[in-house]
Design a protein around this ligand. Sequence first.
Ligand SMILES: [Fe+2]
Length: 269
Amino acid sequence: MTHDATRDNRNPAASRLDEAADAACSAMEETREQLRMAHGQLRAFADDLGRTVLDLRASRAELERSYLDTLNRLTLAAAYKDDDTGDHILRMAFYSEGIAAALGMHADGLRDLRVAAPMHDVGKIGTPDAILLKPGRLTPEEFAVMKHHTTIGEKILTASSSRVVRIAATIAGTHHERWDGSGYPRGLSSEGIPLEGRIVAVADVFDALTSKRPYKPAFEFDKALGIMREGRGTQFDPRPLDAFFEIAGELWAARDEVSSGLRTGENTR
Ligand SMILES: [Fe+2]
């Protein structure tokens, strides 16, 4: 006697219950199979999505590298007339970033400053060679022309759609302002000068003092520090200047690494 025949002999209610249970079992099996398929599809979808995200990240990183490389090369081109090695550009990046880090600036700000600070003198592209490369002190008239590199740089960089280039515009326009208001081009003072400009002012003067220029020899480290200390609260904002003094030895060591080619724009901290 078959199983079904056994069922047929039982009371109809029990038989309907069994049929309902069978139907429920097969429905559950069908649902389980559908879930298995859906799970497989979801896993494949997740794998595709993961690969797409990785591809997008790689593309974005490549785009950012190209963008930074282009900015760096334009900055080098602008500086080429009076800095054919590009060392000043590199030093300005890590001096400025180092001072900002000692001040406790957040990581995004440090990265922006590292990229933007080297563009501070981009306006020198509009300074006549006779003035830019003059071996000797500038006359008052020549110095007045030289001062325009701040506003020229600001004009070149301002209104960019890139945040970091707008920061560079601010730096170009304010890195020769002085804490006491006696700087140029606008005679801004104290906190009226954007912090980035006050930081780059410290970095720029330190690099100028310790570098050979057409009108002066490179000063020794201690002599440069002494001159900078005299500018505390007059030429320089005391906060970034004090931060600079905290790490001056480290910056000096890094300066030697730049000169020997150990540091590049890629690995500058
Ligand atoms: Fe400058």
